[in-house]
Design a protein around this ligand. Structure first.
Ligand SMILES: Cc1cc2nc3c(=O)[nH]c(=O)nc-3n(C[C@H](O)[C@H](O)[C@H](O)COP(=O)(O)OP(=O)(O)OC[C@H]3O[C@@H](n4cnc5c(N)ncnc54)[C@H](O)[C@@H]3O)c2cc1C
Length: 401
């Protein structure tokens, strides 16, 4: 009996948030696509602060209202020195209204984001979803072939590799990565608290990295705590009540009494960047192309910009009757994403390392730089816009109900 065969213009491999956004953006542009999205083995308890360009993409896909209604707006960003060092940085608060925005971004639980994205797939008749993994990917001059574990074959011209950090598609494209481990670990968890967060995200700079409380809807917040591997082990082993007391003390009771909401995720930090972002009909989107530490909420925001970029290129190429996986498209995609990804990775690494440094002049420079930037209006506005991932529309986002 012959095996099932599916033909399409583009196939997206991976049903994480970057893959789902890429699939929706391609389908929205009228591309005939297949999405390989095996259901995840575990719930993703992390949260994502969606910044400007991501919100623009979600608006284009007509899902920004459903997503923003389930998110908490980040209207203010407070930076506080949580170290015991000799030179301490003064506290600085940035307000999104200073740059004409309702919010710097919107924090949402990944499970909620994924649910809305998955629900939206049903809108498109030109989008076929298969809940199976790709077992083999082969790309050649004329097209690409994806084989599933049940023997189904997909023939396509463009493969969007959104299959995460251990990407099979990336290996099939012959793309290597440059990788380095960082001496830090992130602990991520969600909290209930008794005092309101007032839509303010607070980042305490500690000797081992940022300890960041990010609002969620209601009296809840997420915490990303960058610390040493030893501290992360201690946090993993602590009881909920011990951990709640420690977080309350570290955050100077800013949010009142703390209660732990759900399990803790432990993520050893590192940076891994692909040497190229596309080759042989395979374009890397999300963590298949870049893994960066959760400092400054850049990871998925970059992934959503990747998804938007490949969808725009593929739609434009198909509209001209050309091949969406041709070498000109691969080169254009690589060129478009290279600067954004590399500059964000460098900035995140520098920020992480500057906090670790025991060298006094580094703290003086960081403290002084922040102080000057926070007082000089145009520097202050530049700093705020810079963190938002480029072309944030200063048009103001729709208000949350
Ligand atoms: C603690 C923490 C906090 C973070 N906070 C933020 C934040 O605030 N803002 C932000 O922008 N980013 C943040 N990030 C980064 C963000 O979480 C990641 O960038 C994002 O989850 C990566 O999404 P992805 O879709 O690229 O990869 P993944 O979520 O890993 O998805 C990959 C998918 O591919 C599938 N897959 C794998 N192999 C195959 C195959 N062979 N065939 C088919 N499918 C396959 C997997 O099942 C999976 O569903 C944070 C990260 C951490 C660790």
């Amino acid at each position: 009996m012959s095996k099932p065969l599916l033909t399409c213009d583009a196939a997206v491999v991976g049903g994480g948030p970057a893959g789902l956004v890429a699939a929706l953006a391609l389908a929205h542009g009228g591309v005939k696509i297949a999405l390989l999205a095996p259901l995840p083995a575990h719930a993703d308890r992390r949260t994502t602060a969606l910044l400007g360009t991501s919100v623009d993409t979600l608006r284009k896909l007509e899902i920004s209202d459903s997503i923003l209604q389930r998110s908490a707006p980040l209207k203010r960003l407070r930076l506080a020195d949580g170290t015991r060092r000799l030179i301490r940085t003064p506290e600085v608060t940035f307000d999104s209204s200073e740059i004409g925005l309702d919010a710097f971004g919107y924090n949402i639980e990944n499970e909620t984001l994924l649910a809305v994205l998955r629900e939206t797939l049903g809108r498109y008749e030109n989008l076929r979803v298969l809940e199976r993994p790709a077992a083999r990917v082969e790309a050649g001059e004329e097209g690409a072939r994806i084989l599933l574990d049940d023997g189904t074959e997909i023939q396509t011209r463009l493969v969007v590799a959104a299959d995460g950090r251990n990407s099979l598609c990336r290996a099939s494209a012959g793309i290597h990565t440059t990788k380095r481990a960082l001496p830090q670990t992130a602990v991520a968890l969600n909290l209930f608290h008794t005092r309101p967060h007032n839509d303010t995200s607070t980042e305490f700079h500690t000797e081992s990295g940022p300890f960041t409380l990010v609002p969620l809807p209601g009296l809840r917040s997420s915490l990303v705590w960058v610390c040493t591997a030893k501290d992360a082990e201690r946090v993993r082993a602590a009881s909920d009540s011990e951990l709640a007391r420690e977080i309350e003390a570290k955050s100077h009771s800013l949010l009142g009494q703390i209660e732990i909401d759900g399990p803790r995720g432990i993520f050893p930090l590192g940076i891994e960047i692909a040497d190229k972002f596309a080759a042989n009909r395979i374009a890397l989107v999300g963590e298949s192309g870049h893994v960066i530490p959760p400092i400054g909420a850049q990871g998925l925001n970059l992934g959503i910009r990747d998804a938007n970029a490949i969808a725009e290129l593929a739609c434009a190429t198909l509209a001209e009757g050309r091949d969406p996986g041709g070498s000109d498209v691969m080169e254009a995609y690589d060129f478009t994403r290279r600067g954004d990804v590399r500059s964000r990775a460098v900035a995140v690494e520098m920020l992480g390392r500057s906090l670790l440094s025991g060298f006094l002049p580094v703290h003086m420079a960081r403290g002084l730089g922040l102080e000057i930037a926070s007082r000089v209006p145009f520097l202050r506005r530049g700093l705020m816009r810079g963190g938002l991932g480029g072309s944030l529309s200063g048009r103001g986002h729709s208000k949350i109900a």
